[in-house]
Design a protein around this ligand. Structure first.
Ligand SMILES: C[S@@+](CC[C@H](N)C(=O)[O-])C[C@H]1O[C@@H](n2cnc3c(N)ncnc32)[C@H](O)[C@@H]1O
Length: 195
């Protein structure tokens, strides 16, 4: 069950207690642009957000794309919370149930990634988890995955950069706060599969 109203964003980044990342309409547009790169299929495209937390950013993207009549759609993945009674877990407050699923533990990979054309990690905690997703679906994947986004504080990038380096057939791009509408100390990294 979704129990929270979405915040109204402006072009300027603001902090919200339900999301680690600063939020703005500029950010929603930047993420949308990064996901549209290289698209020519016209087919629906799933962005799977690993570690979606409250689901606020994801619900804002869902709303943004529904009003733009986009082919993009989003699902969030979180760790199952023991003691919760339904598929809508305590952490998720914004995403509707069809757009949300859980994994068994912090070590677990979501089976939904098989269907994803893009993965997103927002303030992830574990470089090993990111590496395992990339090894499974980018390095050794069968070609469905096209894009992986990492968004977090610049000070964390040195720990995560190695997850994204040296992947044959993929190109890494770093975008700063001016391009992405984030606050100064945050950044976005993206890898795209080269056709
Ligand atoms: C620092 S929080 C960031 C939450 C959210 N992205 C945000 O920016 O507010 C990291 C999240 O990753 C989740 N997480 C950890 N391991 C995970 C896994 N294997 N699959 C999905 N989520 C995971 C945690 O439960 C936690 O909510």
């Amino acid at each position: 069950m979704v129990d929270s109203e979405l915040v109204r964003l402006s072009e300027t980044a603001v902090r919200h207690s339900d999301c680690c990342l600063s939020l703005s309409t500029t950010l929603l547009n930047a993420i949308t642009l990064f996901l549209d790169v290289g698209d020519s299929t016209g087919a629906d495209k799933l962005l799977l957000s690993i570690g979606s937390g409250s689901g606020l950013l994801e619900a804002l993207l869902l709303e943004h794309w529904s009003t733009a009549n986009s082919e993009l759609y989003i699902e969030g993945v979180e760790v199952f919370q023991p003691g919760s009674s339904s598929a809508s877990q305590l952490l998720n407050r914004y995403l509707p149930e069809p757009n949300y699923s859980t994994v068994k533990g912090t070590w677990d990979l979501s089976p939904r990634a098989v269907e994803a054309t893009a993965l997103m990690f927002v303030y992830p905690r574990s470089p090993d988890l990111v590496t395992r997703y990339i090894n499974t679906f980018a390095r050794n994947g069968d070609g469905i995955l096209q894009t992986v986004l990492w968004l977090g504080p610049k000070c964390d990038w040195s720990d995560f950069a190695r997850c994204f380096e040296g992947i044959q057939g993929w190109k890494l791009r770093l975008a700063d706060s001016k391009q992405t509408g984030l606050v100064d100390y945050e950044m976005l990294a993206v890898i795209h599969r080269q056709v």
